[in-house]
Design a protein around this ligand. Structure first.
Ligand SMILES: [Zn+2]
Ligand SMILES: [Zn+2]
Length: 456
């Protein structure tokens, strides 16, 4: 009953369709409103709380009298709190936008426009050659300016990569046809940006740093990242990005641009003449080379886990000879396999701290994650899938002595550290002689330094 529109100039009510308006949503919205009335929990940052919205609309003469109970503005806020911005955009487009502050309507509109633009251009499948059947089998080929690679990583997952380069513009498409880990874990990995250092650069080889520069909304942030690829001639790189997260499990996407998914979108906020973005001054450029990039990651829900789509378009501030397409592909091939291994390790019970960090965060944000769990279970039931993603057979942890001659340590327990052959990435690089001249010391910060006992 709370779904009926309460702002008088608008004759309609929010469409009474069950995807939007089942009882659980009403309960969640009421709960969300309770949280909002508490001091810190559930605060929407720069946006007024629903109670203020009601007062605002009164003072604008929309209602003329005080309203009790949740309103359409509350409904929109409850959607936003749950990252359902796509649905919020549909509501504000068709229904009573006057009841919401203009800043919020602008933010919803901005996110929706950017998202639609990206989804329209996303190719859900590419490199149509017959996929390799056997684990480890791969193939690569050129078509014009485009370099393709596909490889079967294990019995669950085939990874496909497409790199296209025209001048300094590099477009990347990547797709894992199945990542067999729980969606809740993948969502946490997407969302908890400040825990990425541990995940992306556990050995410290990239000197990865990230910082939050501004928060526009709970799902909408300005982030500054930087890293150093340990390759000759490549300077330190930094990336300024506007990142948004979307829960699109139930979106009413008329054009069917997107299957039920969680989506992360990164937009390049640089390039405006006055160094501001959506009314906020951007941090000044440091001495690093600044990359310009748009990125979208779609975690499409599947019975056995997630089908992961990645699309990016970067403008490289480097001449082609410094970073040729072949080298980009080489980096992407290594990275794609390492990311997959890391996702399996973090997704299931292979941990040496990283998983515990995510688990702690999910505990702190238990309202948010419990809500997502409910929605995921609901979606899986609609599709007649098992309630939870089944655990696959995981490859055994690396064991035995590090393969570098003279190194006294055991192999690192996480294969994602160095591919499962050495005690750490730095020790491996010493063996290959690759970039050793850039490194000091024999072992990296992530080396577990566990002495290998020689058996008789
Ligand atoms: Zn070693
Ligand atoms: Zn080591």
């Amino acid at each position: 009953m709370w779904l009926k529109c309460t702002c008088e100039p608008c004759p309609g009510s929010i469409p009474n369709d069950e995807q939007h308006l089942h009882e659980e949503d009403a309960v969640d919205a009421a709960r969300a409103q309770e949280l909002d009335e508490e001091s810190e929990h559930g605060s929407l940052g720069p946006f007024p709380a629903p109670t203020m919205l009601t007062q605002n609309s009164s003072s604008e003469g929309n209602t003329g009298k005080a309203k009790k109970g949740p309103t359409d503005a509350d409904f929109v806020h409850s959607l936003l709190r749950e990252m359902r911005w796509q649905e919020a955009a549909e509501v504000t487009r068709t229904h009573c936008p006057g009841a919401l502050p203009q800043q919020l309507v602008d933010t919803i509109g901005f996110q929706n426009d950017e998202l639609q633009r990206e989804l329209r251009e996303l190719r859900w499948d590419f490199c149509k050659r017959q996929s390799p059947d056997h684990v480890g089998q791969s193939e690569e080929w050129w078509e014009g300016n485009t370099f393709y690679h596909h490889r079967r990583l294990d019995e669950h997952c085939l990874v496909k990569i497409e790199v296209n380069r025209v001048g300094n513009v590099v477009s990347l498409n990547m797709m894992y046809d199945l990542v067999p880990i729980p969606t809740r874990m993948l969502l946490a990995i997407f969302r908890e940006v400040d825990l990425w250092k541990e995940l992306l650069d556990p050995s410290g080889a990239l000197d990865f740093r990230s910082e939050l520069a501004h928060q526009y909304a709970p799902n909408d942030q300005l982030v500054l990242m930087s890293w150093q690829i340990p390759l000759r001639f490549i300077p330190r790189t930094e990336l300024m990005l506007n990142r948004s997260m979307f829960d699109m499990l139930e979106c009413h996407d008329q054009q069917k641009h997107c299957p039920p998914s969680f989506v992360a979108l990164e937009v390049d906020p640089t390039g405006s003449g006055d160094d501001t973005w959506r009314g906020v001054r951007l941090p000044p450029k440091s001495g690093s080379t600044r990359l310009s990039r748009r990125l979208v990651i779609v975690a499409e829900q599947a019975s056995g886990g997630t089908r992961l789509h990645v699309r990016s378009r970067s403008i490289l501030p480097l001449p082609g000879w410094m970073l040729p397409t072949r080298l980009i592909m080489l980096i992407m091939k290594d990275l794609s396999a390492a990311i997959y291994t890391a996702l399996l390790e973090v997704g299931w019970d292979r941990d040496d701290g990283i998983k515990q960090q995510f688990a702690r965060r999910m505990e702190q944000e238990s309202d948010f994650y419990a809500h997502c769990d409910r929605r995921i279970v609901q979606l899986r039931a609609q599709q007649s899938w098992q309630p939870h993603v089944p655990q696959p057979t995981l490859p055994p942890c690396p064991t035995g002595k590090c393969e570098r001659e003279g190194c006294p340590f055991q192999k690192h327990s996480r294969a994602s550290n160095n591919g499962g052959t050495h005690c750490c990435r730095r020790c491996k690089e010493l063996t290959s002689g690759g970039s050793s001249q850039w490194l000091s010391g024999k072992h990296g910060p992530a080396c577990q330094r566990r002495k290998h006992d020689i058996e008789a």
